[in-house]
Ligand binder design. Structure first.
Ligand SMILES: *Cc1c(COP(=O)(O)O)cnc(C)c1O
Length: 297
């Protein structure tokens, strides 16, 4: 498949939702492809065009054993005719996420947590080149300038009637693109999936001084991939009532946070709210594999 064809954002829809008294819309980026879905698709686009430009044949990237970025890279690489290598944090294991990546032809290499922390060290990159030959490097989580250029294009799918746009935040690359491309009257509200107040500074690095955005840091449930039964109950209830599946790492927390603010009266029904579903639904498979089948599918 050609890159340009693969990176047409097809099947995206806007779904109206009534839940717990709030009426709002959901932008279903999770419908783009099946596995390389959601925001990662936008983050990969210009990196893969650049890799083609540089006539690279191999993409190499980094991630944890349950990383959405790993799986999206594996899927997009295969579809666009690249080989791919995933450098995975921690000792060798098998799980459904890594199996999916392998099915897409990704070659996995496991490195110790210590080595992983040092992954951008030029000496280590050189070692990787000695082992694997030449490659185009995409950072962990996929966030770099070309990724933000891609996430700015999400705005093409957002009608200007919305004045409050909600998005899940990990490394901040996706919200940065939304902030850069938003219209004057639009406010971007991020919900951090991680614990750590450095995230706003991180986002500042990727934007050009725009304001009218915030990152809510009160709905991370203890940190990245941490959860409580309350979150899982919410995800199951939301799915049952709206038909929209939410992953427990990102979108479950964003949606929970949005409804929390609504309950507290911090969002009023005068707002025209759009929540962006960033995909990552394989996170449900990974979660159910680790903790028992708690999330209904
Ligand atoms: C990676 C990811 C995010 C976070 O994106 P960042 O650009 O890292 O902030 C949100 N949702 C899903 C489903 C993801 O996979």
């Amino acid at each position: 498949m050609t890159l340009h064809k693969f990176f047409q954002p097809e099947n995206v829809s806007i779904q109206k939702v009534h839940y717990a008294g709030l009426i709002f819309d959901v932008l279903r980026l999770d419908k783009i492809h099946t596995t390389a879905s959601g925001n990662k698709f936008f983050k990969l686009k210009h990196n893969m065009l650049e890799a083609k430009n540089q006539e690279k044949e191999v993409l190499l990237t980094f991630g944890g054993a349950f990383s959405n970025h790993i799986i999206s890279t594996a899927f997009a690489a295969k579809a666009c005719g690249f080989s791919s290598i995933g450098i995975i944090r921690g000792e060798e294991i098998e799980n459904p996420v890594l199996s999916l990546a392998k099915e897409q032809g990704m070659q996995l290499e496991f490195v110790s947590r210590e080595q992983y922390r040092d992954k951008y060290n030029p000496g280590f990159i050189q070692e990787l080149r000695a082992r694997h030959g030449d490659f185009y490097l995409i950072p962990e989580g996929g966030t770099n300038h070309l990724a933000v250029k891609g996430t700015e294009e999400i705005n093409d799918l957002i009608p200007s009637v919305y004045d409050l746009i909600c998005i899940s935040v990990g490394t901040g690359g996706t919200i940065a693109g939304l902030i850069n491309s938003k219209k004057e009257h639009q406010r971007i509200l991020g919900f951090s999936a991680l614990k750590g107040s450095w995230i706003e500074k991180e986002v500042d690095e990727w934007i050009n001084g725009e304001n009218n955005w915030q990152i809510n840091q009160e709905n991370h449930f203890g940190g990245y991939a941490k959860w409580k039964p309350e979150l899982i109950d919410f995800i199951n209830d939301f799915y049952q009532k709206t038909g929209i599946p939410l992953d427990p790492v990102y979108n479950g927390k964003m949606m929970y946070g949005l409804l929390n603010l609504w309950k507290k009266g911090e969002i009023s029904s005068d707002h025209n709210v759009l929540a962006i579903h960033t995909g990552g639904l394989q996170g449900i498979i990974g979660f159910n594999h680790r903790f028992g089948n708690l999330i209904n599918t």
